[in-house]
Design a protein around this ligand. Structure first.
Ligand code: ADP
Length: 257
């Protein structure tokens, strides 16, 4: 009878702990949803006045008789405002791809084409840094199941990061393969790399490495958070390997179409 009483006591304690933990998980989920809504609302509210500021700046820049100083100031203001637009657009995308009420509308996406388009876009900045971009695509086009704009964003963020965080004259290799039922996109660089502590924090909103070589590049720490959420909502997986001073490999697994 003592044993039964003891077991019962433990079962009740376990049930209470479980209930407490469950309540905590629900509360955290609610807080996360609230954070997402807050970010989206603030971003929306900032976007309209900022568009108006940009419009006025562009109009002023076409005025005649401006001194060089005023022209310089207007151009600097426009660059700053454009940067803010980019951050706001990233915040809006981040909240969209993190919203469980807004699931992916999936269709077959030609990832080979997506990679080629991104390489065309990033090619110029790679050239400017004399970075060799190697692209290895299978002979037949490879299709993944997903949203084409979102998958384009994943490729663009990973490839542009590889170029951004690789010093002049380095190599970047982008590879696309079909492995079983998965499409695997890998982006490998011989750049500045990251410590294990940094890798563990990748994908957290606004996270940027404290490595001065990384901070020397412009950025917001939103790109990989967007990548992580898009990959998750496509039932995919993101593997990251990196070594400080040697380089990084980002590998995305997505369900093939
Ligand atoms: P951003 O580049 O705008 O700062 P990201 O979210 O794309 O934001 O990346 C977060 C951080 O991860 C970067 O600030 C950088 O420290 C690190 N990082 C991302 N990609 C690489 C890479 N290929 N090599 C080294 N560090 C990287």
């Amino acid at each position: 009878a003592l044993d039964i009483g003891h077991d019962l006591g433990r079962a009740i304690l376990n049930a209470r702990t479980f209930e407490r933990e469950h309540r905590l998980v629900v509360e955290l989920q609610e807080l996360d949803a609230y954070k997402g809504q807050l970010i989206a609302t603030v971003a929306h509210e900032l976007k309209n006045p900022l568009s108006s500021v940009l419009g006025h700046l562009e109009m002023l820049e076409t005025s005649t008789g401006l001194s060089d100083r005023v022209t310089g100031s207007l151009a600097a203001m426009e660059r700053g405002a454009q940067r803010m637009v980019k951050v706001i657009d990233d915040l809006l995308l981040l909240s969209k791809v993190g919203d469980p009420d807004n699931p992916v509308i999936a269709s077959p996406v030609d990832l080979s084409q997506v990679v080629e388009d991104v390489i065309d876009l990033v090619g110029l900045s790679a050239q400017q840094k004399r970075i060799e971009l190697h692209v290895e695509l299978p002979e037949q086009p490879v299709f993944a199941l997903g949203d084409s704009d979102e998958l384009d964003r994943v490729c663009a963020n990973l490839i542009s990061n590889a170029v951004k965080y690789t010093p002049e004259g380095g190599d970047v290799t982008v590879r696309l393969e079909l492995v079983g039922d998965d499409v695997v996109l890998s982006c490998q660089d011989e750049g500045i790399g990251m410590s294990a502590e940094d890798v563990a924090q990748l994908g957290t909103e606004f996270f940027r490495s404290s490595n001065p070589l990384a901070l020397a590049q412009p950025g917001t720490g939103l790109g990989l958070a967007i990548v992580r959420r898009i990959v998750e909502r496509h039932d995919g997986r993101l593997d990251i390997e990196s070594e400080l001073g040697r380089g990084s490999t980002f590998e995305v697994h997505l369900p093939a179409a």
